[in-house]
Design a protein around this ligand. Structure first.
Ligand code: GLU
Length: 305
């Protein structure tokens, strides 16, 4: 397995040159576009890795899986899906037009920014700090990494420049789709996007999802099986931005990407996979990462379809 991963990382690393770092969050421009790393955790807890699997980056949109899980845990599935739909958009992750076009005013799904801002608003807690602690505690448990924390400079950079997200949130506030203090909700959203981790952390989280919500190294059930099923389904239909259909055909694994260059993937009952490659394609997915996981899926016959 190590040989296979080394070969695939070196083969796909060159795609980094064809991509671009996310520049709309200035702090993300500090990454090295040639980095590419992968980490794999199998169902018996064996771990395999290659490339820059140990480099830190921010979760960005991958945090949308976490807020969906916590929103369902705090409110129940019915109350969450009363406020956010589960339909793919075919549009960019920060599109505004869909919000006005939707008959219900609800965001299309929890994996686009508007939908994630709503799920974030549904996490219980007396203030931003308490809610953020819940997100961080969850992340520490599913990654077996107590050191996980926020990258302050990315957080401040997002907060300073996140006007598109402000526009989405205030629009939803005006239609009643979003309830609560908008600035507080956005602050929590920017913080969760700025949680910093590695491909190893993502692979372990992926292994928990692959194991139907039971943490393999403690046997603790941290996510109900039914919630895991819902989250993995939405990862298939909406996880890879407006390239989710193509990804399902070419790779066929529930996955979620973020503009920090991360991809988390989960092969039910087989593998948790974490990938890092910060150069992005024009949809916002790691360009080398997508090519790497496509090769891996073919080599190991991982498609769930
Ligand atoms: N923090 C980013 C934003 O809100 C997350 C986007 C992403 O990773 O897709 O724009």
């Amino acid at each position: 397995m190590f040989n296979l991963l080394n070969t695939l990382v070196e083969k796909n690393r060159e795609y980094g040159k064809e991509g671009k770092l996310a520049s709309y969050i200035p702090a993300l421009l500090e990454a090295n576009p040639n980095d590419l790393g992968i980490y794999l955790v199998d169902s018996r807890g064996k771990e395999y890795y290659s490339g820059e699997y140990d480099k830190k980056f921010t979760m960005q949109s991958i945090s949308k899986i976490v807020t969906l899980i916590l929103a369902i845990r705090d409110n129940g599935r019915y109350n969450v899906f009363k406020k956010v739909d589960v339909e793919p958009t075919g549009m960019g992750f920060n599109s505004i037009v869909n919000l006005e076009a939707s008959d219900t005013g609800k965001p299309y799904n929890p994996m686009i920014n508007a939908g994630a801002i709503v799920t974030t608003s549904l996490i219980d807690g007396k203030d931003v700090e308490e809610r953020f602690e819940k997100i961080l505690d969850f992340m520490k448990a599913v990654t077996n990494n107590d050191k996980i924390t926020v990258n302050e400079s990315v957080y401040l950079s997002e907060k300073e420049t996140g006007n598109r997200n402000r526009a989405l949130a205030y629009f939803m506030k005006s239609t009643g789709a979003l309830e609560g203090d908008v600035e507080e909700i956005l602050d929590l959203y920017f913080k969760q996007c700025s949680i910093e981790l590695t491909a190893r952390d993502l692979a372990r989280f992926g292994a928990v999802l692959a194991n139907d919500g039971v943490i393999p190294w403690t046997n603790e059930k941290i996510i109900p099986k039914e919630v895991c099923r819902i989250v993995k389904t939405i990862m298939v239909t909406c996880g890879m931005y407006d390239a989710s259909g193509e990804f399902a055909v070419n790779v066929g694994i529930p996955a979620k990407s973020g503009v920090g260059g991360g991809i988390i993937a989960t092969v039910p009952r087989k593998y948790g996979i974490g990938i890092y490659g910060p150069a992005l394609d024009d949809r916002g997915n790691s360009i080398a990462g997508i090519n790497l996981i496509k090769d891996l899926s073919q080599e190991l016959d991982l498609s769930i379809f």
